[in-house]
Design a protein. Structure first.
Length: 67
């Protein structure tokens, strides 16, 4: 195999790999926390009276999900 063809194959693989990584990457932490917050409110799981309590619970759940 010629060196130039090898370089093209490597670059093509890198581009395909980078595209796949972007498509399958997990959501940003902020988006994940927003989804958790919505689900907790929707299903009435958290009867938090203060917004800070809800945020603490969301942070705990997000930390568990990331493990």
């Amino acid at each position: 195999m010629r060196p130039l063809n090898l370089l093209y194959a490597f670059l093509g693989g890198a581009i395909v790999g980078a595209g796949a990584a972007l498509l399958f990457a997990p959501e940003k932490g902020e988006d994940l926390r927003g989804q958790i917050r919505q689900l907790l409110k929707k299903y009435g799981i958290c009867k938090c009276t203060k917004e800070e309590e809800l945020e603490e619970l969301v942070d705990e759940i997000a930390a568990e999900i990331k493990k």
